[in-house]
Design a protein around this ligand. Structure first.
Ligand SMILES: [Zn+2]
Length: 233
């Protein structure tokens, strides 16, 4: 926001100081040596998002290669068909690969938001659509499930199976998810389109309109308006 390098340096310090603690807080190895997603799922994806931001601003290739390893590992065996992550309630997070029970699935709403934040940044780093495919799956099938259609009841865990023992509630004593939903949905317009030089990316099929400035074949900057009509909620 400010362009002041000291904030970026401090952010990088908080990442590079890791490597002496536990898996729960992704402090078990240097971040550049981490190649398995472990511990608390929300903390994990917030940290990976920070790594992507720092890499974007500093060109830290060691961060990018670690992030690609982590992403491949989570996609290979630690993500539900809904795009939800973090199967265990005991650590609000990851267990071993392929441990994806339906009835006891944790899939905290905040972890879906955190996974979307991380995937958006991986897309912004690379321009690769595979990250948007995952973001879209998580958005519509895991993240959205945390909010009732009326907008006033919430899930904290999002199990894939229920024996009439799970209903959304108006609030929780640990109320991280409802305000996180408010933050995420108000930022959603920023996820629909992207632009790099003269390439425009249409990432989500949502009713929307945007205008981008492109340079035409004779070097003039011209506005290009894109609009979409869709019946997604
Ligand atoms: Zn939460």
């Amino acid at each position: 926001m400010t362009g002041e390098k000291r904030y970026l340096d401090l952010a990088k310090f908080f990442l590079d100081v890791r490597g002496y603690g536990d898996e729960y807080s992704q402090n078990h190895k240097k971040v550049t040596e981490q190649n398995e997603v472990v511990g608390h799922a929300v903390r994990a994806c917030y940290m990976y998002s920070a790594m992507a931001d720092v890499a974007a601003l500093t060109g830290a290739d060691s961060y990018v290669s670690a992030l690609k390893n982590l992403w491949n590992e989570v996609i290979a065996g630690k993500v539900y068909i809904t795009g939800g992550i973090g199967s265990a309630g005991s650590n609000e997070g990851f267990t071993e690969a392929y441990d994806l029970p339906n009835f006891s699935a944790y899939c905290e709403t905040c972890s879906s938001i955190a996974f979307a934040l991380w995937n958006q940044r991986m897309f912004q780093l690379t321009g690769d659509a595979q990250y948007i495919d995952v973001l879209e799956r998580t958005l519509y099938n895991a993240l959205n499930a945390g909010l009732a259609l009326k907008g006033d009841h919430f899930f904290y865990p999002n199990p894939l199976e229920s024996r009439k023992n799970m209903e959304r509630t108006p609030w929780f004593s640990c109320a991280c998810c409802p305000p996180n939903m408010a933050r995420f949905f108000t930022s959603l317009p920023g996820y629909i389109y992207a632009k790099r030089e003269n390439t425009v990316y249409v990432n989500l099929f949502a009713t929307s309109e945007t205008t981008v400035k492109n340079v035409n074949s004779i070097g003039q900057t011209v506005p290009v308006t894109i609009s979409q009509n869709a019946n997604f909620p």
